[in-house]
Design a binder for this molecule. Structure first.
Ligand code: ZN
Ligand code: CU
Length: 485
């Protein structure tokens, strides 16, 4: 009897996610696992896929997303599986969809409106309720969730423009405890955003404390990513060290012309700190950022594009300069009239983006905003852009390194056991792509576009993407973190 698999992928070039050089192999999948890697010429598969000319890699892990709601509202996750992504990490930048013990205040406080501007999806009273919903209505991809400090502030405090009181801190700690016990992988902050700006370093340390016992991760959208980046890095180091947990610097960047080139300095500082505590970082492959629309951000940006506007949707996709001219008003007035709204800001330098991407410990995270009408192209393009543009066309790093930064490295930092690698016994999260044609097609002008060259995507042994479309399967699971020893 020949060896039999549920799925047999023949003639692949395997890049295994560890950073090791590619090799030729067949891969057999049984149930949700990779059952064999090697010469399987004599074996049979119920389904057989010929992968000649294709790279077989572990499914990509998007280390930084705001997919909390879309996992439930549009669980086919087309923007992600079409790029070969099989796992998303949500709850970033201080904002998580849960917990929300009482009905959410409307209008929804920015930046919580990035996840759900209507407020209708803020309906999971405990973090456990949210994770249960994800388990009961699985998405196409796996997910792992952080609990957001800004969400906790919003449900605990009457006014957000001051530090939390001891009793409010105690209430937030109880929510962190509940979330961690339910399966959250850590706590995120968005200290740059108004609802969290008034939080002191001590407040964050205390709120985060309960995750230490669970070996959680502290992920931060730092207080400042411009002139005061160094202070913000120091604050982040201090918080994670005081709590006794691993630090993740989210979407590391240098914003504003004054700071262009300073990634030399920040990466040296991070590298030095790595010898004293566990620090990791992620980055998206674009020199423009995107978040809510504020006058401050727009003033510091040579060009700003409106990504959505609740009050004046007709300006979606337009440059702010154009909007000001059409309205016949100044920047402050235009921003005021568009609220609530989102925007893309061109405030980074390509050299910094490349230096940070190429830094060996940097993981790839999209920071995509799935509910924006005219989203930043990172939502649909991040992973093929790393493979096609930065690795193949620009030669920033070998393909093996590119894959490692979005698979094996990420699984290791987040503690996703048996993920992010192609080897016998690992979960069958697999992406097949064409190394000659893989490329992002989403642009700032046309931000919603399928990438090219992603052939087939499997999540937990089930095909979710094939022939340029979703199969409709929803095999995604909620992943827990196995904290590094
Ligand atoms: Zn952020
Ligand atoms: Cu973010």
């Amino acid at each position: 009897m020949p060896q039999a698999f549920d799925i047999l992928i023949r003639n692949a070039t395997v890049i295994d996610g560890t950073g090791a050089e590619r090799c030729s192999a067949d891969v057999g999948v049984s149930g949700d696992r990779i059952a064999a890697v090697g010469d399987l010429t004599d074996a049979r598969g119920k389904t057989e896929i010929d992968a000649a000319g294709l790279i077989l890699a572990p499914g990509f892990i998007d280390s930084h997303t705001h997919d909390d709601r879309i996992l439930l509202s549009a669980g086919e996750m087309t923007a992600k599986v079409s790029q070969g992504v099989t796992t998303v990490v949500g709850g970033n930048c201080g904002i998580s969809l849960a917990p929300m013990p009482k009905p959410v205040r409307k209008p929804v406080t920015p930046p919580l409106d990035l996840l759900d501007e209507s407020g209708d999806w803020y309906r999971y009273r405990r973090f456990a309720d949210y994770l249960e919903a994800l388990g009961e209505q699985p998405a196409a991809t796996n997910s792992a969730m952080l609990v957001g400090h800004t969400t906790l502030r919003a449900i605990t405090m009457d006014e957000l423009d001051r530090p939390a009181t001891p009793s409010e801190i105690a209430a937030m700690q109880a929510h962190v405890e509940e979330a961690m016990a339910a399966g959250a992988i850590g706590v995120s902050t968005g200290l740059a955003y108004p609802p969290a700006q008034a939080a002191t370093t001590e407040e964050v340390i205390e709120v985060c404390q309960p995750m230490a016992a669970y070996g959680g991760l502290y992920a931060t959208h730092m207080r400042d990513e411009g002139d005061h980046t160094i202070d913000s890095l120091e604050e982040s180091f201090r918080i994670a060290r005081a709590v006794g947990v691993q630090l993740l610097i989210s979407h590391h960047k240098l914003a504003g012309a004054n700071n262009h080139g300073r990634s030399v300095e920040t990466l040296a500082l991070i590298e030095g700190q790595m010898r004293k505590q566990h620090v990791c970082l992620d980055c998206y492959p674009y020199a423009a950022s995107s978040t809510i629309l504020t006058a401050d951000h727009a003033r510091g940006s040579p060009k700003t594009i409106v990504t959505w506007s609740k009050s004046l949707p007709q300006y979606t996709g337009k440059e702010l300069d154009e909007v000001m001219a059409m309205m016949g008003c100044d920047l402050d007035e235009a921003v005021r009239r568009l609220q609530p709204a989102g925007a893309i800001y061109f405030r980074m330098h390509e050299d910094d983006v490349r230096r940070i991407l190429a830094y060996a410990p940097t993981m790839i995270g999209s920071d995509g905003l799935p509910h924006d009408e005219n989203p930043h192209p990172r939502l649909w393009g991040t992973f093929p852009r790393i493979l096609g543009h930065y690795s193949r066309d620009t030669g920033l790093f070998p393909l093996e390194t590119a894959v490692h930064k979005m698979t094996g490295l990420t699984a290791l930092e987040f503690g996703f056991a048996d993920r992010g690698v192609v080897r016998e016994g690992a979960y069958a999260d697999i992406t097949l792509f064409d190394p000659d044609t893989v490329i992002d097609r989403a642009t700032f002008e046309r931000p919603i576009a399928l990438s090219e060259g992603i052939d087939t995507v499997l999540v937990n042994g089930t095909v979710v993407w094939r022939d340029g479309r979703s199969t409709g399967a929803r095999p995604g699971r909620v992943l827990r973190r196995q904290a590094p020893q």
